[in-house]
Design a protein around this ligand. Structure first.
Ligand code: ASP
Length: 364
């Protein structure tokens, strides 16, 4: 990173509340996400920014509607910035609802040679006291700090805190600090957390961990990763569903529905891209699965559906794996049966991140 030459930060806009406008000025909760252009967000941010900002509109959506096409465009735009010596960092404005999935995807597919920071807001652009401008300012501080220290990495910056893309999750809907990163939020006054030095320190700690396997928050072996070009060229990403294990699970549950559908595809249209390829199971406790799930699960796996177990607890720690019995409908790591059981790995990633990871491994 040559600091004398690279001055510009490219801001890639995807929509979200940060670009939202209120429907009714009296009701702060009624607004539409993704209305204000990234050019307008940048014009406002430029008033306090110490670096030159350039904007590019990738999408204008509520992030609940994120799709493969927008992800691909975003990745290609970031990759362009990585190759452009005139760019010192990338700032992505994004809805908070699915920011954790996009951040994880970027971290897996982009090898950053300069900082890539995502931010958003919990209040719309025209709110009485919007949080978006402050979050953008903080994100720009982090980009400058990481750039100055020559420690590029991908991170999320929100409400004065820097979060790892591997760990960040939206857990609090009633606060301007909705994100947590696998640990309780840092203690301390928000004013103190918001200063540049603290942000820079948090970012550097994250960047130092970058590339270390433990930073990935997951010892699960996902196998190969596709290139971002292969990802972007794929029009129909493999279908991966998430199913949660819960109390009073019936003998006819979602896995039976998926199984019946898969059998139908195998029989009538074996090459259909709509056929299920991967399954993320979300289990309580250490990743335990209700016994009503076992029989259809084994059949799905025998039909080639790649499966991973995750944990319902937001600060799950992964685990060694569990065994699902073919005939007996029981599981447990103590099981002795060799021929009649299947081994399932447990990932410490959140279910939505594990879904992205499984999709990537199926694409590779
Ligand atoms: N629904 C919005 C979005 O994710 C929420 C937000 O941005 O905070 O686009």
């Amino acid at each position: 990173m040559n600091s004398s030459f690279m001055q510009k930060v490219v801001v890639l806009g995807t929509g979200g509340t940060i670009a939202g406008l209120r429907d009714d000025p009296k009701d702060p909760n009624s607004y539409q996400a993704g209305v204000v252009s990234v050019g307008d967000l940048v014009s406002k941010a430029a008033k306090t920014s110490q670096v030159v900002l350039e904007s590019r509109q990738i999408a204008q959506i509520d992030s609940k509607d994120m799709n493969h096409g927008i992800w691909s465009q975003l990745l290609l735009a970031i990759d362009n910035c990585m190759r452009d010596d005139g760019v010192m960092g990338v700032l992505i404005t994004h809805g908070t609802d699915t920011m954790e999935e996009t951040a994880y995807l970027i971290a897996r597919l982009i090898k950053p040679n300069k900082p890539v920071v995502l931010t958003g807001a919990m209040k719309p652009f025209d709110a009485h006291e919007p949080d978006g401008p402050k979050n953008m300012q903080d994100a720009l501080w982090v980009i400058q700090a990481l750039f100055a220290a020559s420690t590029p990495c991908v991170c999320v910056v929100m409400h004065g805190v820097v979060h790892s893309p591997y760990k960040v999750q939206k857990l609090n809907l009633q606060s301007e600090a909705p994100f947590y990163s696998n640990a309780p939020a840092p203690q301390g006054s928000q004013e103190a957390l918001g200063v540049m030095a603290t942000l820079g320190e948090q970012a550097s700690t994250l960047a130092l961990e970058w590339g270390h396997p433990h930073a990935h928050n997951d010892s699960f072996n996902w196998g190969k990763t596709p290139t971002l070009f292969a990802f972007a060229a794929c029009n129909t990403p493999p279908r991966v569903e998430i199913v949660m294990s819960h109390s009073t699970m019936g003998e006819h549950n979602m896995l039976h529905t998926l199984l019946a559908e898969l059998k139908h595809f195998k029989l009538n249209s074996p090459n259909s891209h709509m056929a299920l390829k991967g399954l993320v199971l979300v289990g309580p406790g250490a990743g335990n699965l209700h016994q009503a799930l076992h029989a259809p699960l084994v059949e799905l796996m025998q039909l080639g559906v790649r499966t991973v177990v995750t944990q319902r607890a937001p600060w799950g720690g992964g685990g060694k794996g569990i065994r699902v019995m073919l005939n007996h409908g029981q599981s447990g790591s103590q099981s002795q049966s060799k021929e009649e059981s299947l081994e399932l790995g447990i990932s410490a990633l959140s279910p939505v991140k594990a879904r992205v990871a499984l999709m990537l491994s199926l694409m590779a």
